[in-house]
Every structure is written in C-alpha cells, then in structure tokens.
Design a binder for this molecule. Structure first.
Ligand SMILES: [Zn+2]
Length: 88
C-alpha cells in the first residue's frame, strides 16, 4: 500500500515523466523530462526516427508526450515561470 500522493497548493505538482508515442511506428517510451527546459528533439527507440515538435509546440513532449513539458505545466497551473521555454 502506498500513501496517497500529497498535493500542496503552494507547489504545483509537475509530472516529470512523459510517455512519448512515436507518430511513425507507434513505439512508446517513458522519458524523464528536464524540469526547467524543453527537449526539442528525441530519437525514437523503436524506429530510430528523430522526433521534432509539431508547428507551434515547444518540445517533443508537447507534441507526442502524455504530458507537456514541465515549464508548460507550470504555466498552466498559474505559477510564475522563469525557465527557458520560448513558447510561453
Ligand atoms: Zn518510431
């Protein structure tokens, strides 16, 4: 049994892992995202294609991940943002 995850109002919960789904082969990989920046490209471990963000997205996690990049999660939660994501 695990205790329920604490949700504190002062510190928005950021999902640091995102499941990337390759649009070419459908391969899924759980990746750990940098918490203060966006990852622009990522090589698929299934077919080897280098994933790039879709137009308007700041990183591969925003385009193909189950969670957007941490800076975007922070921005959506209303927290002040001082990272390096250029789309915010
Ligand atoms: Zn692939």
């Amino acid at each position: 049994m695990f205790p329920p995850r604490m949700q504190m109002n002062s510190a928005p919960a950021i999902e640091a892992q995102s499941t990337l789904t390759c649009p070419h082969c459908g391969h899924q990989a759980v990746e750990v995202m940098p918490t203060d920046a966006c990852q622009f490209s990522c090589e698929c471990r299934g077919c080897g294609v280098v994933l790039k963000p879709l137009a308007g997205d700041c990183g591969v996690f925003c385009s193909y991940g189950s969670h957007p990049c941490p800076p975007l999660q922070l921005a959506r939660s209303g927290a002040a943002f001082s990272g390096s994501c250029g789309q915010i």
